[in-house]
Design a protein around this ligand. Structure first.
Ligand SMILES: [Zn+2]
Ligand SMILES: [Zn+2]
Length: 267
């Protein structure tokens, strides 16, 4: 494992912590100052809970950023994220809390549904609006917003309000591979519409989202080749993977916070 740049971020309640960029053995980072493009390995990195990076070269997609108060990151050394695009599925804090600060810090847009995007715009962030069923084109491929069966309130103080519109999931065509990022959702038949997918990120916590047995059904609906469990709270992700691999053809990849997975060319 290669250690790169050192940065500092504020972790609420834990003071300032030193964070060290971490790259896989073959992945190299882009020097934004010089615009030098280096590397090319496709890689997924967990940042804990439901926050992930999907990287290849200059294209660095950050999903559902929750960093400063993410309990899986307490005391951990964070990478220099350097995202090129931030995607957020809904306004619950564990999927959204750091989206606007990071969009401003890196001067990159947030892609989400119109109401979420409008909220972000009001906070001073650049946005890309894609409503359910719509898609946007990028040099790496496309991002499509699809339905999620959940809620999307905009919290004002302690009061939940409803201006958040609807939550979404993402179907991302990324350098020739298809990823499904569920965000938070219950199981639904509509997942079959997006099959087959190469890699599915599925929540499994069973209280706020679908339980492991439903996530296995989701993997079947999606015809996923690889499933990365997330958002497991009190559930055991290893038990989920065992169940998944006993019931489906999918392979489970468990990523703890800051662990990376090089996406095989043949996935
Ligand atoms: Zn949620
Ligand atoms: Zn959540």
């Amino acid at each position: 494992m290669e250690v790169g740049n050192v940065v500092e971020v504020e972790v609420k309640g834990a003071g300032r912590v030193k964070n060290t960029a971490v790259a896989g053995p073959e992945q190299k980072t882009e020097n934004r100052a010089t615009g030098t493009e280096i590397g090319g390995t496709m890689q997924v990195q967990s940042l804990g809970h439901a926050t992930f990076m999907l990287n290849e070269g200059k294209d660095r997609l950050l999903f559902d950023p929750w960093l400063a108060r993410n309990p899986y990151l307490v005391g951990k050394t964070l990478p220099e994220l350097n995202p090129s695009l931030i995607l957020t599925t809904h306004l619950h804090g564990d999927h959204f809390e750091d989206a606007v600060p990071l969009a401003k810090k890196y001067d990159v847009p947030i892609l989400s549904t119109p109401e979420v995007a409008r909220h972000c715009m009001g906070e001073g962030a650049k946005v890309i609006r894609v409503h359910l069923g719509g898609r946007e084109f990028f040099p790496f491929g496309t991002v499509k917003a699809v339905q999620a069966f959940h809620s999307c309130p905009h919290a004002v103080g302690q009061t939940w309000r409803v201006e958040g519109g609807v939550p979404c999931a993402f179907v991302v065509e990324f350098h020739g591979k298809r990823f499904y990022f569920a965000g938070d959702t219950a199981l639904m038949m509509d997942m079959q519409l997006w099959a087959p997918v190469d890699v599915a990120f599925l929540p499994i916590d069973g209280k706020m989202v679908m339980p492991p047995e439903d996530a296995v059904r989701a993997a079947e609906f999606l015809q996923a080749k690889v499933v990365i469990p997330m958002h497991w709270r009190d559930e055991d992700p290893n038990a989920f993977i065992k169940l998944l691999e006993s019931k489906t053809k999918a392979k489970g990849v468990l990523l703890q916070a800051l662990e990376t997975w090089d996406v095989p060319a043949t996935v």
